[in-house]
Structure formats: structure tokens, C-alpha cells
Design a protein around this ligand. Sequence first.
Ligand code: WT7
Length: 631
Amino acid sequence: MTNTTQHTEHTQKVYKPAPEYRNDARIKDYDLSYLNFQKDPEDFWRRIASDLLWFRPWDKVKDWEYPHARWFVNAKCNITYNCLERHLKNNRRNKVALFWRGEDGTEKIYTYDRLYKAVMQFANALQDLGVEKGDVVCIYMPTVPEQVIAMLACARIGAVHTVVFAGYGASSLNQRIVGSEAKVVITADASMRRGKSIPLKPIVEEALIHAPSVERVVVLRIQDPPTCLLDDFEVDFYQIMKKAEKNCPAEVMDAEDTLFILYTSGTTGAPKGIVHTCGGYMVGAYYTTKYVLNVKDDDVYWCTADPGWITGHTYAIYGPLLLGSTIFMTEHTPDYPDVGIWWQLIESYGINVFYTAPTAIRMFMRYGEDWPNEYDLSSLRILASVGEPLNPEAFEWFYKVIGKQRCPIIDTWWQTETGSHMITTLAGEEMKPGYAGKPIPGIMADVIDKDGNPVPPHQAGYLAITAPWPSMMRHVHNDEERYKSYWNTGKQPYYSTNDLAIKDEDGYIMILGRSDDLIIVSGHNIGTAEVESALISHHAVAEAAAIGKPDAVKGNLLKVFVILIEGKIVNEKLIHDLKYHVRQTLGPIAVPSEIEFVDSLPKTRSGKIMRRVLKAQEMGIDPGDISTLDE
Ligand code: WT7
């Protein structure tokens, strides 16, 4: 990259973890652990994989033929055998696997034994419907235990699940059903959201109008009175389960067989079906939940992500179940019935490890400290974040107000495509607000220029993963060209993340935003994240989004959209203050030319700001695919 802004202006804060956290961390010495990995990467992954149960061992740990890798070659396994039987054998039969809380206060509890039995029986029910190994099952359900059961039941019999977030509309659902050629759709009649029952089944009906692959629909009926079903085509979740055999041995899967397809949106074109496999994904999910999130055996663990996203797959379900942990799951949104509900749940379930997203943290910041301060949060041991850069302001708030300066903040960088964590600060390591952290042992990553050469510290470049890893995506479903576009040949092939980043002298990596969100003002590159982060560090600002607006003179003007903290008022002085504040933080090049105050920002359903929608609005052009836009 040319003309890169130097990112050295601000003094960097460093937080040292308390000694008890160093001792508590599973990776106590990062350098040593990383060195061990570098000495023999295959042996590193072999040792981790050996914790899990395999029906047949691998002949080779890795087989890398650019741009395709196979891991644990010829090994046979089943992820549910490791999520269920493995714990029954290890005396966790009566341990709580899942606590679930409904919006109306209903609670459901599954021990490992109960979950095991439910999964087996529902797996048989799917087989009775004609679902076979390799068939695709689309799951379009609210966040209820039956969703977890449905996913695991698919994995049990070797069916490929493709989970679609229940907030998507009919055309997005149709696109995903058609794209994956799903044979069965599992849904519910309704979903509870903010005190209202939102019908799901009519959306499925509409989505199925042009979806010839679908043979059956399974409906979980939670409405009272129960929704009517269409004979033969639609069946009731619990009715088919009751009729099914109880015992269902785990299907023997090849490590490279597909476990699931999960759709993720690109900035242009149709959503991509990211394909993950049975062996490598399992090892990545297990390793990172254990060593990064540091979940311990008597913890209650809560990842707030919906199972419809990769974070939900890996860290709300598979990772913790692989560890034999106790999961907490809820359909509660963070702001209903009020913005204290999540803290109340943490208090009442004694949550120890809490994993959420910057968008939620910034939402809470907007309403102030009084809400969390109402509750006893002393059970918390680890706080983690994912999805967007955790800007220093949000870091500080999370660290002080929620973690009471005790809990490490684990800012995990990764992607749907990577399957599991790649770059993060580990518990027990020094934390630098604004920086995600270093590549975890097992992962090789660097910040490079467009020719593939590493850039010097504090200069922006492209974030690349420079060696294959077990949980990497294997394909983009039916689109080899798109898969290939992630890989870059050069002196050394690497996986391009499409994120911009800088690295400091200690190897800590700061994510600057997506490279397609890059703003070039007068020839200088500015990452959206750094401008937004600078604005949010002003006491009046709750959220911000930055875009480049084409300009005849400068190439681009920097325009920002700002949401103020509750009660703050717009006036000339504030506008002046904000500009001055950005100048002080980032320098004159990053001072916005235009500031617009708004009440909300266009976001994806998973909470990421959609800058291209703002930009299109600004320029009066078509925003492209907006199927992922939240209402
Ligand atoms: C993109 C991946 C992976 C789980 C959720 C999102 C951004 C993700 C961080 C972080 C800065 C982050 C990146 C990445 N991102 N985590 N800790 N710090 N940016 O999955 O929808 O596949 O999005 O989210 O831009 O490339 P996804």
C-alpha cells in the first residue's frame, strides 16, 4: 500500500492481567507455546486432535495441495460422538449440558444424558423421513433447545445442516434452500421476539414456492392453539420424534466429509455457502474453546450469538459441547423487557464466561452504567468479543463496568471462513485496547503489502493467513472460482482475509476494517474502524460509521454518521469538538468533512454496520444485495 497513514500518534494503553489469571490460563506462556507449534505444526495439531475420539486414526495430519487442504487424512469420526458419548464415558452423564431461558421465563434444562437421548431419537426421526448421509437439511428456527437438537441430529447421521437465521425473510431463505438443495426444512410455527410471537411458518411457505428440492417440512409447534399442518408434506417435530427408535449410533464420517454449509454475505453477488468438514472443524472448535476462551469444567458459559451465525455454531454449540461444558442459551434480546436483562441473567445463572459482540457493548454504553451496576456480576471470569473491532472505548467499558478490572477481555478475530479463532489476546496475556492480539499458536498470520511482503510495524496492510489450518473452509458450495479468489499466489500462497490491519512491534494486530471499506482521502488510506473508534472515544458519542464520499478535489471526502449517547444535544460546539477530537487522536487527515447525526445505522442482522448502504444512499445509487440488512 502506498501513502499509508502512520498509526503511531496515540500512546498505547496496556493492561496486565492479575496473577491469578495468568495461573488460570490454559496457555501460560504464549511465546513458548507458539515456538512449539512453529517447530512442528503437524505435531502440534496431532496432539490436540488426540484429545478427541476417532473411529479410525489418520494416516497423515495434513495434505496441502494449493489451494486445497485436507486434514486428518482418512481418519473417521463423528462430532456428536465427541459432544455426547465422550462425556457420558467421562462421568458427565448428569452434568447440565444446556440451560435455556425463554422470554416468558420458561426454563428448559438438558443434562448430557438427556441431550444424547433427544439427539439420537430426533436423528432417527430424520432418517424415517428419508434423510440420508450427505443430504442437506435446512434449519430455520428460533433460539430454542430443539434447534441444537436438530443440528446435532443431522451431524449424528451425516446429514449436512445449513442453518438460516430466523430473522431472514422469505427470499433470503429461498436463496439458501435452493443454493444448498435442501431436502428437508426444519422450522417452528413462531418465534418469540420482544414479547411478540412472530410467525415463521408463513415465511417458510413463501420460501418454498420455488424450491423443488424440498420433500418435507418439520415444524416445531410452540403456538397455542397449534398451527395446522399440511398432510404428508408437513410433520410435527415431537410427533415424528415420539414415533422414532431410541437408539441411533453415530454415523462413521470421513474427516473430510461435509459437516455443514453456512451462508455468509459477500459485499456483492449472492451469499456464499461456506463448507466446513467433520474432522478439521471439530479440532478447531475444540482447541479454541478450550485454550482461547479457557472454559473450565464447572463453568457456566454464555455465548450470545444466534446459532444462525458461525459464532453460534462454533462457540454457542459445538465448541462448548466438545469440551463437556454447561451452556446457557436464551431467546432474550439485550433490550427487552429492559437493558438490564442480560446482566440479570448473568447474575441468576452465575455465568462465568461471557462472549458477546461490540455492537451489544456499545448499545449498553448508550444507556449507562446504572443498569449493569444493579446486578451482581462477580461470577464472571472471562469476557470475550467478536464481530467487529472492539474499539478502545468499548474495551474500557467492558473491562471496567462489566469485568470490574478483573476479567481478561478476549477480543477474538476470525471469520465464517476460518471456522474458529485466529487472532486474539489469550487469557493471562497483556491486553492492548484496540488490538485484537496475536495469532494463536497453530495459526500463522501476518500483515502484508499487495506483493505479499510483510509491512513494517504501525503501517497498514492486508491481513493474511499464511499457512493452512484445520478448521479452514474447504469450499464455497458449488463455486470453485469464489473459493479460489480467497487464495493468493505469490512467492508463498496465502489466504486473504480482506481485512486491513496494522501490527505493532510486539506482534499485536489491530484490525482497521474491511479492505473494501477503505477510504482514500487525498491519497491517504484511512480504515473506517480507526475513524469510528476515534469518534466513539468522545464522551458524547455512542456509535459511528465512516464512509468515503466521492469528491472532485480530494478523491473522497470523509463523511461520518454519529449516534449520540442518550441525552446529548447537537450544536455547533459539539460538531467542532468532534472534529477537534478526531484531529487530536488521528491527525488532520482523518478529520471528517461532514458529520450527520442519526438515530440508527444500517446493520446486518448479525450487527455489523453496512457502510456500503450508507454510501449508496449518499451517492443516490443502488446499494446492491441488501438481503442481510436488519429492519
Ligand atoms: C469479519 C468476519 C467470526 C465471527 C463473526 C463474524 C470482522 C470479526 C473481529 C474482531 C475486528 C472483526 C472482520 C472479519 N471481525 N471479528 N475481533 N475485530 N474485526 O463473522 O460474518 O464471517 O465476519 O468480521 O472484518 O473479516 P463474519
